[in-house]
Design a protein around this ligand. Structure first.
Ligand code: ADP
Ligand code: MG
Length: 395
């Protein structure tokens, strides 16, 4: 069901609570990457006819104020980006907020302190979360959710406040993420290619189960592939792998033959002799030696996967093909990123490290969509929806 967006409602003059994702990397009070703040600008600018209260989490404080996780630097950065003052209140509920809101004029923007300074934000106890959500919603009338990265979890500032505010609509960033990932999720099976890599099968198991029946081919790379190798009884030497991943890979390998025929594993690897002289070598999939660590897919696999990706109508990619942070083990990931860039079909990259790889390789603008959400894009593709989106008003 399509959800209402800020363009479907008139919020003129109202006090609007807007959940953004300002969970940016901050070191010694300096923001090293403001991508997430920039990504929320279209929504914030569109809401210039309201009294706008922004709220977000930052990091993982333990449900109590912690100066390490203050959002104050984000107010400053946002103010620079908007070219107008952004008031910061060092609390997110209570009398300080009420007093600040009482002074607001239409067009003013106010950033509240980290919602995770209160245990109610992430409380497992429903009543505790509900009570905090009620306090957070108290000064506002309407709710706008533009925090795609946080939409997978039931939290006071994501799902809780919707009980107390109306309308509840999505911002531009949320709308874009959901529409792009819906297009992936609902892609016609023919020509739908999924590329999955990264470290652990456990992180991706739900997406494998969800997308394997929906796609034409699923290409497995990254350390995740070694779990499948071990599940098949192959030697993986010192390669990164956990027992949990092997167990989950075994479960997948027990799927019926038709499903399994869609799942491709690397045919060769790029490995390093970690027990000896640290030499590197290519080997066929069944040629990993004891004492060696397979850190990337090999050149034959890269070519095989890249050819499939280039011909796809829809590609979704999550998870690096190897230990790309360390040369020469970046070539598999680079090969996939380049093939995605050359593919005329619809292509989407999602996931923290895969997005970092594509950005680092200067190929992000060759993609149709690069998800800002990290884990949220995987959660969406695992089920086709997100709790934080489900609770917003239907169109
Ligand atoms: P994403 O954040 O895109 O979802 P993951 O977090 O699942 O990706 O995995 C990314 C990490 O996996 C990277 O740090 C990468 O170095 C590591 N990785 C991938 N393949 C290997 C490998 N063969 N050996 C060691 N590390 C690997
Ligand atoms: Mg990651």
């Amino acid at each position: 069901m399509a959800k209402k967006s800020i363009q479907d409602v008139d919020l003129t003059g109202q006090v609007v609570l807007c959940r953004v994702d300002f969970n940016v990397p901050i070191k010694d009070g300096v923001i090293s990457d403001d991508t997430r703040i920039r990504a929320s600008l279209p929504t914030i600018q569109y809401l210039a006819n309201t009294k706008l209260l922004l709220c977000s989490h930052l990091g993982r404080p333990e449900g109590a104020p912690d100066p390490k996780y203050t959002l104050a630097p984000c107010a400053e950065r946002l103010s620079e980006l908007l070219g107008k003052p952004v008031r910061f209140v060092d609390d997110c509920v209570g009398p300080k907020v009420a007093a600040a809101v009482a002074e607001m004029q239409v067009g003013d923007v106010l950033l509240l302190e980290n919602v995770r300074f209160y245990p109610g934000e992430t409380a497992k106890d429903k009543d505790q979360m509900r009570a905090f959500a009620e306090q957070l919603a108290a000064p506002a009338q309407a709710f706008v959710d533009d925090a795609f990265g946080s939409a997978a979890k039931k939290q006071a500032s994501v799902t809780g406040v919707t009980e107390f505010l109306s309308p509840c609509v999505q911002g531009f960033l949320m709308e874009k993420e959901v529409s792009m990932l819906s297009r992936v999720y609902n892609a016609p099976q023919e020509g739908f290619v999924v590329v999955l890599g990264g470290a652990k099968v456990a992180d991706k198991i739900d997406v494998i189960k969800s997308l394997l029946p929906r796609c034409e081919k699923m290409l497995i790379g990254g350390a995740m592939a070694w779990a499948f190798f071990r599940a098949k009884g192959m030697e993986i030497g010192e390669s990164l792998c956990s027992d949990e991943s092997v167990q989950l890979a075994t479960e997948i390998l027990n799927s019926d033959a038709e499903l399994l025929s869609k799942l491709l594993l690397p045919v060769d690897v790029h490995m390093q002799n970690v027990a000896g002289d640290h030499a590197t070598a290519f080997a066929p999939a069944d040629g990993i030696l004891p004492g060696w660590d397979a850190q990337d897919i090999g050149p034959e696999t890269t070519k095989l996967y890249a050819d499939i990706v280039r011909q796809a109508r829809t590609v979704f990619w999550n998870g690096p093909m190897g230990h790309f942070e360390q040369k020469p083990f970046d070539t598999g990931t680079l090969g996939i990123a380049q093939a995605m860039g050359e593919c005329p079909g619809f292509n989407v990259v999602g996931g923290g490290d895969s997005v970092a790889a594509v950005t680092q390789m200067d190929l992000a603008d060759k993609m149709d969509h690069v998800s800002t959400g990290g884990g949220a894009s995987l959660e969406f593709l695992a089920s086709g929806s997100l709790v934080g989106v489900d609770v917003l008003d239907d169109k």
